[in-house]
Design a protein around this ligand. Structure first.
Ligand SMILES: [Zn+2]
Ligand SMILES: [Zn+2]
Ligand SMILES: [Zn+2]
Length: 145
C-alpha cells in the first residue's frame, strides 16, 4: 500500500528505525487532516500503546522534524505533520493554524505565513504562532447542504 511506503520513507529520511509503534503513530497522523492530541492518538491506534511510549514517540518525531506542536485553545498539546522542508536541524512551520469552532479541529494552513510583528525595543523573537478561529471548509460545506 502506498501510504505505508510513504510512512516508512518519512521514518527513513529522519534516520529512525521502522518500529511498529512509530509506524502506527505516524499512520494515525497521515489519516487525519488536522492536528492530534495525545488522546486523539490513543483513541485511534488499534492496539493500545502505553502512555510513555506515545509521548516518547511524539517527542522523537518532533525532534526529527516530522511533526510540530500546534497551539490552540484546547488544554491539550496537539501535533501535526510537518511539510517536507522541516528537518531534524530546523522546523520551518511558520504557518498559521486554524481552529474550527464547529468541529473543534485545528488545521495547518501551510500556504499562509505568520505575519511578522515589529517588537518593541529590547524584545527578541524566538518563536511566534498564530491561531485563527472560525468555521472550516468542511463545516461550511455541510452548512450549505
Ligand atoms: Zn516542522
Ligand atoms: Zn469544522
Ligand atoms: Zn502546522
Amino acid at each position: 500500500m502506498k501510504s505505508l511506503e510513504e510512512t516508512d520513507a518519512l521514518l527513513k529520511e529522519a534516520n529512525l528505525k521502522l518500529t511498529p509503534t512509530r509506524r502506527r503513530i505516524l499512520k494515525v497522523f497521515r489519516k487525519y487532516p488536522f492536528a492530534l492530541s495525545y488522546n486523539d492518538i490513543n483513541d485511534s491506534v488499534k492496539e493500545k500503546l502505553d502512555k510513555v511510549t506515545i509521548y516518547r514517540t511524539l517527542k522523537t518525531f518532533e525532534e526529527k522534524g516530522i511533526i510540530h506542536q500546534v497551539l490552540d485553545t484546547s488544554s491539550q498539546v496537539k501535533y501535526a505533520l510537518c511539510n517536507s522542508s522541516c528537518s531534524k536541524h530546523e522546523h520551518q512551520d511558520a504557518h498559521i493554524h486554524f481552529k474550527c469552532t464547529s468541529c473543534h479541529q485545528t488545521y495547518c494552513i501551510e500556504d499562509r505565513e505568520i505575519p511578522s510583528v515589529p517588537l518593541p525595543k529590547g524584545f527578541t523573537e524566538v518563536h511566534s504562532s498564530m491561531l485563527v478561529e472560525g468555521i472550516c471548509k468542511d463545516c461550511n460545506e455541510l452548512a450549505l447542504l
